[in-house]
Design a protein around this ligand. Structure first.
Ligand code: UD1
Length: 418
């Protein structure tokens, strides 16, 4: 069985360059379909979800290969517009291919994206955005069939600032005739990265990072080289780890401004944090205190993706911290595993109340989802004895080498593959 084995008790110390952001790379790989040339994603992290995107691109007829650390996608040979169910199920972000395929081929057919680890994740906003652009969307037998040979620019008003729906709308609008205005767009830094990539291809997109994104349809698009932004959630994971066990770490490759809600929380808990354009440094004596309620919300609010790792860092803090998960219904599945390690957490609907305990004990625990899995590893770093984290394929979806990075910082941790 594959697992991560952690022996608790080591402080973390040293420097680390953070991988590129999963949530940038995945929509950008879908966006590569819009290009009629070759796109090079520089220093692309080797994640399970990147492999899943590669499998979809290959199925569509694109040529995809690794050249060292770079992933090269040649979409000039794209011949298909459908994605089979088995590939759709491999990751949730597969749905971002919908807008891109529609823009390139004028039609697209796929099934609903897989899994249900965080509770219901509807795609109604994605489909309604495409309908607003003039696509005919039919849902039958678990398949979504879209036809949109003559997409027309329009005003798309999103009911919620959904990241995925904003990305799908931008990608489809690149293939539409005329101007599209997306109102109430998500403002995540990864949307700005998608805009930067699309501009390199020759697309006309502006406004990303604000609530209004404007796209002028332009085709065909050329190839480009792009290095995605650093992964703010991976960075949050390493900061939370060092905060919890104590130490002095310095992260580079990620914009500290995109992490301000996380760093503010860790400062409140007692960490010393300094940052500039190049790095984020965190120093902690490992004796944290509970903090003001943490409420997840769309960017620039506290990221739902960092909820589990921040919770893990506060398991031994002095006092109580309340978490309110506003983004997804079932995003506390790591809690039952943390309880097995001796944590004191009470759950009621969207609220989790974490009371710090003096000790956690190492035991065998199972990842329930990507970030929840990382939280279990962080709990293991603080626990007495050895923690065996099983079901780590979830972790590999989003971290290229979580155990290796933490070992580099001085943790006693090993990924065991059998
Ligand atoms: C993206 C991120 C994910 C992060 C999430 C929220 C990627 C690849 N994934 O996911 O890591 O946790 O943003 O920051 O970037 N919703 C609807 N209808 C829709 C779409 C969304 O009701 O059609 C709801 C969702 O159920 C959820 C909320 O909107 O409650 C936000 O979801 P969304 O921003 O779409 O998340 P994802 O794009 O799936």
């Amino acid at each position: 069985m594959n697992m991560i084995a952690v022996e608790g008790g080591s402080r973390l110390r040293g420097e680390l360059t953070v991988q590129s952001a999963k949530n940038s790379v995945l929509p950008i790989l879908a966006a590569a379909i819009l290009s009629s040339g070759v796109c090079v994603i520089e220093r692309c992290p080797r994640l399970e979800d990147v492999e899943a995107s590669g499998a979809i691109l290959r199925h569509l007829g694109c040529r995809v290969c690794w050249q060292g650390e770079d992933l090269v996608v040649d979409s000039s040979s794209l011949v298909r517009w459908d994605i089979p169910d088995a590939l759709m199920r491999r990751m949730r972000s597969s749905v971002i291919f919908l807008g891109a395929i529609l823009a390139r081929c004028g039609r697209a057919e796929l099934s609903y994206p897989g899994g249900c680890e965080l509770g219901p994740r509807p795609i109604d906003l994605h489909l309604s955005a495409l309908r607003t652009l003039g696509a005919q969307v039919e849902e039958c037998g678990g398949r979504v069939c879209c036809r949109g040979e003559g997409l027309r620019g329009a005003e798309i008003v999103l009911g919620l600032p959904s990241v995925g729906a904003t990305e799908n709308a931008i990608l489809a609008a690149c293939g539409a005739c005329g101007t599209t205005v997306i109102v109430n767009a998500a403002r995540e830094p990864e949307i700005i990265d998608l805009q930067d990539f699309l501009r390199k291809l020759g697309a006309e997109v502006r406004g990303a990072g604000t609530s209004t994104v404007i796209v002028e349809g332009v085709r065909p698009l050329r190839g480009c080289c792009h290095r995605c932004i650093g992964d703010r959630i991976a960075a949050a994971t390493y900061l939370a780890a060092a905060a919890a066990v104590g130490g002095d770490i310095c992260l580079s490759g990620v914009d500290y401004r995109s992490l301000s809600t996380v760093t503010t929380a860790l400062q409140q808990a007692g960490c010393r944090i300094s940052s500039d354009e190049q790095y984020i440094r965190l120093r902690s004596d490992g004796a944290l205190r509970g903090i003001c309620p943490v409420r997840t919300s769309p960017y620039p609010g506290f990221p739902t993706d960092a909820q589990a790792v921040l919770m893990a860092s506060l398991l031994r803090a002095r006092g109580t911290t309340v978490f309110v998960e506003n983004m997804f219904q079932s995003r506390y599945r790591h809690v039952s595993e943390l309880l097995r390690m001796g944590a004191d957490i009470r759950l009621e609907g969207r609220v989790a109340v974490v009371c710090g305990v003096p000790h956690l004990c190492g035991t065998a625990v199972r990842c329930t989802d990507l970030r929840g899995g990382a939280a279990l590893v962080l709990a293991g770093l603080q626990a007495d004895g050895i923690t065996q984290v099983e079901n780590i394929h979830h972790i590999r979806r989003g971290y290229s080498d979580l155990a290796g990075d933490l070992a580099h910082l001085g943790a006693r941790i090993q990924e065991i593959r059998e």
